[in-house]
Design a protein around this ligand. Structure first.
Ligand code: MN
Length: 301
């Protein structure tokens, strides 16, 4: 096995802070300057638990999406999802909320009033391939997901396929999303699909891979061609594994939209600002979040 530090296919994407709603600071590791996507995964925000200070809640009122799926995954706390289809769904750790925006949807996510204001989780987006990006919007909740034990690690597969386990969640491209938890101190050999690229992020605890001690909130990119990776971890350590076949389509990402051209972005922005039927209202979804002005035309990349 090669030394990861010398392996150009192992690029650390260090997260940066972003404010997604007033007072709600997240750490964003995707997209990064060096890399836009890992498989079809195009967005990864992490929030909590260190900055909690006793009272951090999710308060992201209604806003639109196009061209993507949102994946909500929690390690601690609970979040109530509402969308313009009428879905109302509370999510707990180990469960999946998956929203397919297709051509257009709006949603809101709040910490329920009666739930403890503690939060630790991630928000992911999956870019929809061109052939699927205008599908009807839909929402799925998965309370039960496939589990697999690999040595000291318990894996929970929330999207796509990992270690021969397949999530029932609807996916539009070959993809993998799994939470990996060390039940005890140990070393694990994780099976990988050589046609996939992967991203591995340390969520909690302490882990190393080959010669690299992993830093939290850093997404380590693994290029295609690997059949496995060895990870050493302490009991209680949690990792996030994302993967998929490289997403070779050029996309335009702006605000909450994934599109293919600047004109599409502008049209989606105007539809939202004009309260067009495309996005619909979210019942009890709080104030509509206004789109920023679209001043600089974003080029596909
Ligand atoms: Mn959203």
């Amino acid at each position: 096995m090669s030394n990861l530090l010398a392996d150009p296919r192992f690029d650390p994407l260090v997260s940066r802070e972003a404010e997604i709603a007033p007072g709600m600071i997240v750490r964003r590791s995707l997209p990064a300057r060096a890399r836009r996507t890992i498989g079809a995964w195009c967005f990864l925000d992490s929030y909590g638990p260190a900055a909690l200070e006793g009272d951090i809640a999710m308060r992201v009122s209604q806003h639109p999406h196009i061209g993507l799926q949102t994946v909500t995954w929690l390690f601690q706390g609970s979040v109530l999802h509402r969308d313009s289809l009428g879905s109302v769904q509370q999510i707990e750790p180990g469960q999946l909320n998956l929203m397919t925006s297709g051509r257009g949807i709006a949603h809101a996510e709040f910490t329920p009033e009666d739930a403890p204001h503690q939060l630790h989780g991630i928000q992911l987006w999956v870019a929809l391939p061109d052939v699927s990006r205008n599908v009807d919007p839909s929402f799925e909740h998965h309370a039960e997901l496939p589990r697999v034990s690999i040595g000291p690690v318990e894996a929970l597969v929330f999207m796509g396929t990992f270690a021969n386990e397949k999530s029932a969640a609807r996916a539009f491209s070959p993809i993998a999303g799994a939470e990996l938890r060390f039940a005890e101190d140990g070393i694990v050999t994780l099976p990988l699909d050589p046609t996939f690229e992967y991203g591995l992020q340390l969520v909690d605890g302490s882990a190393s891979s080959e010669a690299t001690q992993m830093t939290p909130d850093t997404l380590y990119h693994l290029g295609t061609g690997r059949t496995s990776i060895v990870v050493k971890g302490k009991a209680g350590t949690v990792l996030l594994l994302l993967g998929g076949t490289p997403f070779n389509e050029q996309i335009v990402m702006w605000w909450n939209f994934v599109a293919r051209s600047s004109d599409e972005i502008e049209a989606a922005r105007n539809d939202w600002e004009g309260a067009a039927e495309r996005f619909g209202p979210v019942a009890n979804g709080g104030q509509r979040i206004s789109a920023p002005p679209y001043l600089i035309k974003v080029k596909p990349r």
